[in-house]
Design a protein around this ligand. Sequence first.
Ligand code: ADP
Ligand code: MG
Length: 328
Amino acid sequence: MNSEFDIIRHYFSRAPKHALLGVGDDAALVACSPGKDWAISTDTLVAGRHFFPDVAPDKLAYKALAVNLSDMAAMGAAPRWVTLSLTLTEALAQNDDWLKGFASGFFALADLYQVELIGGDTTGGPLNIGVQIIGEIPAGKALKRSGAVSGDDIWISGELGNAAMGLAYLQRRLVLTAEEASPCLRALHAPLPRVRLGQRLLMLAHSAIDISDGLVADLSHILARSDVAAVIDLEKIPCSSAMKSRLSLGHTDRQLVIDCLLAGGDDYELCMTAPESKREAIVRLAHELDIPLSRIGKIMTGSGLTILTTTGNPVIVERKGHDHFLAR
Ligand code: ADP
Ligand code: MG
């Protein structure tokens, strides 16, 4: 039988590397670096809502940490410390393979980004994973949602819509070949948080957000916070060839993939705005980091988001993006 303390000691205790005090006391202790601000964020994953209850434990742990790392990326922060609030069912608390898988998925990603697990909480109940993350940013330099100004270019990293297409595929709402499905499932289960990119954007971008709820919803947060409007070109939004072929007029999946592209969420790519004077530097950065960065539109004065096709027709989005408390 695992007790609460067996689980903590066995699976989640490691000697601290940078923290002054890690797991095992009433609270962890960390030293604040001079000249830095802290970025603090938390994200919770709930079984049956954010993931299928039978998902592999390493994938689940990876995703729980990845979505938090993505929030650090969107602020331009270097992630440093995390805490983990784990609610486990009776069965999972006694399932050592599951716990081992969970810990290995968590620490694999934590090690990749050199974030340290310094504490948490372990309780019994329906499976629920809460991660809190703390990162550091040069003082006063954070990339906020409120920084966009009229004339800025709007940029997107990577491709959008893959995670939502992966989900539609698993839910049998969309048929994909195995070759088409594999990058979609990777985007859904193992998104790559754009941590290095975020830190490099501190000198280039005016504002940024990570796309967790869909481009329309998340870009709209920038517009509202910055009190500006935007126009984007549907055709310029970066997406896979599997999506492009289904975007053609008259394709039976067209509306579904448009919704994946614009309102799908879960891609954890970055959307940022930057002045035209930084275009060349951003293109160079894309080459250096080997991350595609696409310019999809402009920030303007006014309010609201307009999406145009090349023929100048506005696009209708049937889903506005994910919101836990709005009817879907
Ligand atoms: P308290 O009773 O003061 O809340 P706990 O008994 O809950 O302390 O936790 C004991 C120690 O183990 C604390 O340092 C806490 O931060 C850490 N801890 C508990 N659960 C986890 C977890 N899932 N991952 C990492 N550390 C954890
Ligand atoms: Mg506790």
